[in-house]
Write a protein that binds this ligand. Structure first.
Ligand code: FES
Length: 153
């Protein structure tokens, strides 16, 4: 690459980074650059896949030990904000019981991020809804396991 072109690329990248920081805030910017907890978990204890009004899909995977989340992750085919929100949803679930996770809603994710541009608020709501569905799935699996474990007289 010529020096002129690489200088141009660097300047452009810097400009995009600065604009992103300004529009989304530092927490979202850093998470966008490094989306933690991304990827599937094999045989999760709780799982959900939800498609939002924008037609993008979010998946959340949860692994529990002693009724607390010990591992959480997400996958999405959506926008950058959906990856940021999925990442925070997974992070906010770790260490919590199902009851405590009821508080990890889309609004709680938005609060953690310090908000999102109006057009992307639904990305946080999608992450929150998917997490709540994953908890529902975990609870159903728990009940099924308990029923399966009860001996017939
Ligand atoms: Fe669809 Fe962000 S999740 S635009």
């Amino acid at each position: 690459m010529s020096d002129n072109l690489s200088n141009f690329t660097r300047t452009l990248q810097k400009q995009i980074f600065e604009e992103t920081k300004k529009a989304y805030g530092m927490a979202a910017f850093e998470r966008w650059r490094n989306p933690l907890y991304m990827g599937a978990i094999d045989n999760p204890d709780g799982y959900a896949r939800v498609t939002g009004p924008c037609n993008d899909t979010m998946e959340i995977f949860l692994r529990f030990e002693k009724d607390r989340v010990v591992e959480a992750s997400f996958q999405t085919d959506g926008c950058g904000s959906s990856a940021v929100c999925g990442s925070f949803a997974a992070e906010m679930a770790i260490g919590k019981t199902p009851d405590e996770i009821l508080d990890v809603t889309g609004d709680a994710i938005l609060e953690k991020l310090g908000g999102l541009p109006k057009d992307e608020v639904h990305c946080a709501l999608l992450a929150g809804e998917t997490l709540q569905e994953a908890i529902g799935n975990y609870m159903i699996n728990q009940i099924k396991t308990m029923k399966g474990g009860i001996r017939k007289p």
